[in-house]
Design a protein around this ligand. Structure first.
Ligand SMILES: *Cc1c(COP(=O)(O)O)cnc(C)c1O
Ligand SMILES: [Zn+2]
Length: 405
């Protein structure tokens, strides 16, 4: 663990109360400032005695690994995906498959850090509002830590696998009459009244764990920085975490250039992409976000301004894909690469295809698409977009006829 402090991202004030989620002085977003002097004396190889995963990178993290609440998160594969790449027109493509985390999404990386910190603080109750994966991850880590967990879900719009997980891990699952933003407002109110420790993406410790996805990608590419990293953007904490990890690697001298960070949003939930198109530093919230990619169905992204900073300062890009493009990319991943991701995750691949068509992404680029969650989270969407099982008679000839079609 490195020394660190929590500061306001907007005004720089140091924040000492661990239960506040916004700057007491200006209302701004919080972030963790790591003290990395000691890491400057280290090399990447020095970390390799610890298995790949979030806690390999403890010198970049604000929680002592001795206090960790872990289910062996991270250490996910980085697949070379040439067949997919050839189809898209950018052959040198990799997929970082975050669906192989313990609860099936990258949210586990943030939750191991967030819940470990909650434990350090002596919190008894943790909570979050969620489109699904955050609650699934929090419920699992709260179970592991022996804490009570409340999850606030927008009514009706959560993928089945995610809801099943939150219930299964024993969380109090509260179905709130409203959308995600309403659920978050209620969870924040509870946190302000000190009734729970809030682990939404507004929490500054979660991105610290999420930085590990970038550290792993660099480890897996032997610290050869790719040209572009693409990820879906919802509340925008993940793209911010990846950017923060890059700036820290640059600070300690382990990398000397930045990949173009590229955010992809769904057409029906695209405040960050619209701000990017207008070259704005801030975004205008959207009232009724809608997309098949429920994990990024966010109208008022908590870290939207941080995402824009990450994109602008790496010379990256941000655009949208529609639901049809998302589903096609999801199927392409399955049929070319044998990888089953949930719709939000396929947005990164759909985005690369679109950027190639627009001429933004070059055919010779080396690109990493982060595929954030597992397709089994949302089996309904998969079934709805596949042909049904084939009726077949009970003979070899019947089967042969069908296979030859
Ligand atoms: C949470 C989530 C996202 C969006 O990440 P943000 O940090 O909110 O931008 C994308 N895909 C999946 C599968 C997720 O669970
Ligand atoms: Zn401030």
């Amino acid at each position: 663990m490195a020394a660190h402090k929590v500061i306001c991202w907007d005004c720089g004030a140091e924040v000492e109360d661990p239960f506040v989620n916004t700057c007491p002085r200006c209302g701004g977003l919080l972030t963790v400032k790591m003290e990395l002097e000691k890491v400057k004396e280290m090399k990447p190889q020095d970390l390799r005695s610890t298995p790949i995963g979030v806690w390999r990178y403890a010198p970049f993290m604000p929680v002592d690994p001795a206090h960790k609440v872990s289910i062996q998160e991270g250490g996910t594969p980085l697949y070379p995906t040439k067949a997919l790449g050839a189809e898209i027109g950018v052959e040198n493509t990799f997929v970082k498959f975050e669906g192989l985390n313990p609860t099936g999404s990258f949210k586990d990386r943030g939750m191991t850090m967030g819940v470990s910190h909650a434990k350090e603080l002596g919190a008894q109750v943790v909570g979050c509002a969620s489109t699904g994966n955050t609650s699934a991850a929090l419920a699992a880590y709260a179970a592991k830590a022996g804490m009570k967990c409340a999850v606030f879900l927008p009514s009706g719009k959560v993928a089945m696998g995610k809801l099943a997980q939150a219930l299964f891990f024993g969380a109090k699952v509260l179905s709130i009459d409203g959308n995600f933003d309403d659920a978050l407002a209620l969870a924040r109110k509870m946190a302000d009244e000190r009734k729970l420790y809030l682990l939404n993406s507004i929490n500054p410790y979660r991105p610290e764990g999420q930085k590990s996805v970038l550290f792993e990608i660099m480890d897996q590419l032997n610290y050869e920085v790719p040209d572009r990293i693409i990820l879906p953007v919802g509340n925008a904490a993940n793209i911010w975490a990846v950017y923060k990890a890059l700036t820290e690697l640059e600070e300690v001298g382990w990398i000397d250039k930045m990949p173009m960070l590229t955010g992809i949003q769904a057409e029906g939930a695209a405040p960050v992409a619209r701000a990017f198109a207008a070259e704005a530093k801030d975004f205008v919230p959207e009232q009724n976000p809608e997309t098949v990619a429920t994990a990024i169905r966010i109208g008022n992204p908590v870290s939207g301004r941080k995402a824009l900073k990450a994109i602008y300062s790496t010379g990256g890009y941000c655009t949208t894909v529609n639901d049809d493009e998302i589903i096609k990319a999801q199927q392409l991943l399955g049929r070319r690469e044998g990888v089953c991701v949930e719709p939000a995750s396929a947005a990164s691949v759909a985005g690369l295809k679109k950027l190639r068509e627009m001429g933004i992404a070059d055919k010779d680029e080396r690109v990493v698409c982060i595929c954030t969650g597992n397709g089994l989270k949302d089996p309904d969407t998969i079934i709805n977009n596949c042909a049904p099982p084939i009726k077949c008679g009970n003979s070899v000839a019947d089967v042969e006829r069908i296979l030859s079609e």
